[in-house]
Write a protein that binds this ligand. Structure first.
Ligand code: ADP
Ligand code: MG
Length: 222
């Protein structure tokens, strides 16, 4: 379902070239729960950004469901992201002046879904992450673990085929981390969503169907 072929990404910092990815090839089947691991700076986020259509590679390609997404126009990429991908980030990335409800509603509003449909779905998602009673709260009125659950509800609200999560537990204690991992495992099992999660915690590894390990921008285990 996801085919990454000979991907390279080179960042330019002034005169210095940083080779973040050095020829990464990997195939991920529909419905896999994948862990991406490796030391800090090994290219985990860069790989996730390429697969998540958040950035373009220097060379190589990413094919999702038969579509070479690296050759799409900016506009087509935006539509593809809305249809296919959900995101969860380390720092939650919630809009601070919007309530939990409004944050979760955003990706559906971007798709132009009718208001009553949005309402039902958003409340259902908040229910799923155990936060329906907090729908009208602002992020600052929620704990870190609760904010991350709002972010997860937002990431899943459009029922994406692929959930992309970059160190979603990095700011959480072990109890909240476990809740996030259990939730991912559940949606992966029940909805068949493909989940790609970056983590460098060894105790997370048993949750994954498969672990992709990066070192210096190359895959050393898949
Ligand atoms: P990881 O997520 O595994 O810690 P990253 O993918 O973030 O690693 O980074 C891989 C390498 O690319 C690192 O050396 C990092 O400093 C560099 N890098 C990442 N993003 C940028 C950027 N926007 N500009 C320049 N260098 C970057
Ligand atoms: Mg990273």
């Amino acid at each position: 379902m996801i085919e990454v072929a000979d991907l390279t990404k080179t960042y330019r910092m002034g005169d210095v070239l940083v080779h973040a990815l050095n020829g990464v090839s990997v195939t991920i089947a529909e419905g896999e729960f994948i862990g991406i691991t490796g030391a800090s700076g090994s290219g985990k986020s860069t790989l996730l950004h390429m697969i998540g259509l958040l950035d373009l590679p220097t060379s190589g390609s990413v094919t999702i469901s038969g579509e070479d997404v690296t050759s799409l126009s900016e506009y087509e990429r935006t539509l593809f992201r809305l249809e296919w991908l959900g995101y969860v980030f380390q720092e939650y990335a919630l809009m601070h002046d919007l309530t939990a409800f409004e944050n979760v509603a955003l990706p559906m509003m971007a798709r132009g879904v009718p208001e009553d449909e949005i309402r039902d779905r958003v409340l259902h998602m908040l229910d799923q992450v155990g936060l329906r009673a907090r729908a009208d709260h602002l992020p600052k009125e929620l704990s870190g673990g609760e904010q991350q659950r709002v972010a997860i509800a937002r990431g899943l609200v459009n029922d994406p085929g692929i959930l992309i999560a970059d160190e979603p537990c990095a700011n959480l204690d072990s109890e909240n981390s476990k809740a996030v991992l259990d939730l991912f495992a559940e949606i992966n099992r029940e909805r068949g969503q493909t989940v790609l999660m970056v983590s460098h915690e060894e105790w997370h590894m048993p949750y994954f169907d498969r672990v992709i390990r990066l070192k210096d921008g190359k895959i050393v285990e898949r």
